[in-house]
Design a protein around this ligand. Structure first.
Ligand code: T1G
Ligand code: NAD
Length: 647
């Protein structure tokens, strides 16, 4: 199948790329475009060229499936320069997302016309690299240094109207190609602007770069590419175009083979595979327009907000009017927070509350396509809720539990139409954390499972299917991680040293700080419940603290002390006294060795989860850690890291 075709509209040639699924710049496509420049230059009847794409998007970038292989000519920066230097001006007609090399090609064109709903961006740093086709050298020439720094070091795309105001595109269009052709024809009536590479960059002072470097380092949290991209942008503002592009290209080639780039590519493909598992390819999900949520507490309110963010109608059921009012207040607080951060308008927030159906009468969920239970983690309470759902929900409504640790099969016992039952384990805050663990039981129908994945897609979440075990995938690994952290304490490694080592590894916080934040009593009560049920659960160091009333920040102290009203962890003499009989002398273990122990424990539990068939792939386990527990994505996840140590 031809990757490009050339049509004519009078003296304007229209070249259309057709390389599904996202018109990525494969070697063959680069060659086609390379040849097209010469052919169109040689045609005296062609006065200008409009470059557009078939399918859902403009060029989405270099072909990431070619990464890890030696780059083949024509190399993308050379192609961009060739387009820019063509005798006939090229005009990019952008729809969908012009990303990475796609936007670099567009910047090699003399003009850019974008459909109103299009976006443009340079996401390379999210893949552990920098733009490799002069993106860091042309962007500041179009949009200025500050805008270029934001676009390149965050990797976040901008929508067409913002791109227009920044100077990244020259016009917006409703009927893209005809308007791009008209734009080209009109442009020919006036002197053309200089090619982008010949335009000047407004100078900035050294203080700008000092501040930008500090901000980028803070945001990067250990990722290397954003800082290297900033260095390319600084070089672009200090030396001539050829030297700057050479510096960028060297940086690109240097990072392309890096460990972080390999890790981020691993995550890129895992994230794209997760929402569409092959086993559900031919299974249609059930209708999903109206969601019921039972319980408006921490999780219920977050789940409602996530569903409303996705445009779904929501009905909240609570146990009594007082709890219902609290639930609505919880939801209002979430939306008010979004308004204060500029993510939601006040009107939109008000509309969300107006359109919410809130009731204590279970009959109100009669119209729901899906009902998610998020009530107390107590089996009798959950069973009572599902008994009511069995009586009031539609017979084809999907019924889901958000339980963390109970066995979903116990919750669904006796439920009529058991094929509609499934576990949907959200992570707190449910409107922020992207992970959704999907837990089918034996009776769960395939289209109900498909509905769980469809919900994840609609909510912009990363779905990972889990089998049934204590804590499913994420919390089971968390439990093993905490046990390994306590084992290190018993070997004499200080609490603060374990946390510091994991923060240095890229975690937002260490295992002990995290327990103080969430509360030591949650896990303690689970252990006590298991002991009461006859299980032999050895005493943990955490148990000692909880029995001494140290439950974490909420009691002014847990693994650490906290000054009143403060959240800064301080080493505790009381904890040292409580635990000293159980601790060996400090062995002086290096942070890297501490991190290896903790990551090794995560990977070992992950391997056991794989061996038991609880998770479908190692990549899924990495997604759980990254999107449920803040594992640094530029490390790829514990399974990826272990595979690099033990290939
Ligand atoms: N190369 C190859 N395949 C790609 C691809 C790419 N760049 N982007 C997506 N795909 C595949 C993806 O694996 C999936 O395949 C299908 O397309 C649909 O993707 C020199 C070096 C474009 C916004 O980082 O952000 O250019 O599973 O499910 O939700 O400076 O894909 O169907 O077989 O995500 O509609 C920079 C990454 C590369 C863009 C579309 N570009 N892609 O989202 O579909 S580096 C990117 C995306 C670069 C230059 C440097 C999204 C999308 P399959 P999808 P979507
Ligand atoms: P929560 O105590 O904040 O909220 C529970 C809500 O359920 C309360 O508002 C309560 O009024 C309501 N409720 C109780 N009985 C009810 C009934 N019969 N009908 C309707 N509403 C009823 O608890 P939470 O933290 O939101 O947890 C809810 C569920 O989500 C639990 O199963 C928990 O294990 C799970 N979960 C919690 C987290 C977390 O981090 N908090 C994370 C994932 C999953």
């Amino acid at each position: 199948m031809a990757l490009t075709r050339i049509d004519r509209d009078g003296e304007i040639a229209v070249i259309t790329i057709d390389n599904p699924p996202v018109n990525a710049l494969s070697q063959a496509l680069r060659q086609d475009l390379w040849d097209a420049v010469a052919a169109l230059d040689a045609d005296p009847s062609v006065a200008a060229v409009v470059l557009t794409c078939a399918g859902r998007t403009f060029i989405a970038g270099a072909d990431v499936t070619e990464f890890g292989k030696p780059p083949q000519p024509p190399h993308l920066p050379d192609l961009v320069d060739r387009i820019e230097g063509a005798a006939k001006p090229w005009i990019a007609a952008i729809h969908g997302s012009a990303l990475g090399g796609g936007f670099e090609v567009a910047m090699g064109c003399r003009f850019r016309v974008a459909a109103r709903g299009a976006s443009v961006g340079l996401p390379e740093v999210t893949l552990g690299i920098v733009p490799g086709a002069s993106g860091t050298v042309r962007t500041p020439r179009l949009a200025g240094v500050q805008a270029a720094v934001t676009l390149v070091t965050t990797g976040k795309p901008v929508r067409a109207p913002a791109a227009l105001s920044m100077g990244l595109v020259d016009a917006l269009a409703d009927d893209l190609v005809p308007e791009a052709v008209a734009f080209a024809r009109d442009a020919l009536t006036r002197p053309l602007p200089a090619p982008v590479s010949a335009r000047a960059i407004a100078p900035v002072d050294d203080a700008f770069w000092t501040e930008a470097e500090a901000a980028t380092r803070k945001a990067a949290k250990g990722a290397e590419a954003p800082l290297r991209a900033l260095a390319c942008l600084r070089r672009a503002s200090e030396v001539a175009f050829p030297e700057a592009t050479a510096f960028e290209r060297q940086t690109f080639m240097d990072l392309r083979g890096s460990e972080q780039a390999a890790a981020l590519r691993h995550v890129f493909f895992a994230e794209r595979a997760a929402p569409r598992p092959a086993r559900l390819r031919d299974v249609a999900p059930r209708k999903l327009a109206h969601v019921g949520v039972i319980g408006g507490g921490t999780m219920g309110a977050g789940i409602i907000a996530a569903c409303q963010d996705a445009g779904l109608a929501v009905t909240l059921i609570e146990r009594d009017d007082e709890a219902l009012a609290r639930g609505v207040a919880n939801l209002r607080a979430i939306h008010d927070g979004a308004v204060s951060r500029g993510r939601l308008t006040a009107d939109a927030a008000a509309a969300r509350l107006d359109t919410l159906t809130a009731s204590t009468d279970y009959a109100a969920i009669g119209a729901c396509d899906l009902v998610i239970e998020a009530v107390f983690e107590q089996i009798d309470v959950k069973r009572a809720v599902f008994d009511a759902l069995g009586r009031h929900a539609r017979a084809d409504a999907v019924l889901a539990t958000n339980t963390s640790y109970l066995d979903p099969r116990d919750i669904a016992q006796g439920l009529p139409h058991p094929e509609r039952f499934i576990g949907l384990h959200f992570f707190s805050p449910a409107n922020v954390m992207r992970l959704l663990e999907i837990v089918p039981v034996r009776n769960t129908a395939p289209d109900v499972l498909a509905t769980g994945f469809d919900l994840a897609r609609r909510l912009g979440k990363i779905p990972v299917q889990s089998g049934i075990c204590d804590g499913f995938i994420g919390n089971r690994i968390l439990k093993r991680t905490r046990a390994e952290a306590e084992a290190l304490l018993r070997e004499g490694v200080p609490i603060a040293a374990v946390d510091a080592a994991m923060r240095a590894h890229g975690m937002a916080m260490g295992p002990f700080e995290a327990q103080d934040l969430g509360g030591l009593d949650i896990a303690f009560l689970q252990r006590e419940g298991a002991r009461a049920a006859g299980q032999d659960i050895p005493e943990t160091l955490g148990d000692i603290l909880v029995r001494a009333g140290r439950k974490g920040q909420k009691t002014g102290g847990g693994w650490y002390d906290y000054a009143p009203g403060q959240r800064k962890p301080m080493p505790s003499a009381a904890v040292a006294a409580l635990l000293s009989p159980h601790l060996a002398p400090d062995p002086g273990m290096a942070p890297e060795a501490i991190a290896r122990r903790i990551i090794g424990a995560m990977a070992a539990e992950g391997q056991a989860i794989l061996d038991e068939g609880i998770a479908a792939s190692a990549a899924d386990i990495d997604l759980v850690k990254i999107h449920g527990y803040g594992y640094p994505r530029w490390r790829g996840g514990p399974m990826f890291q272990q595979s690099r140590v033990n290939p």
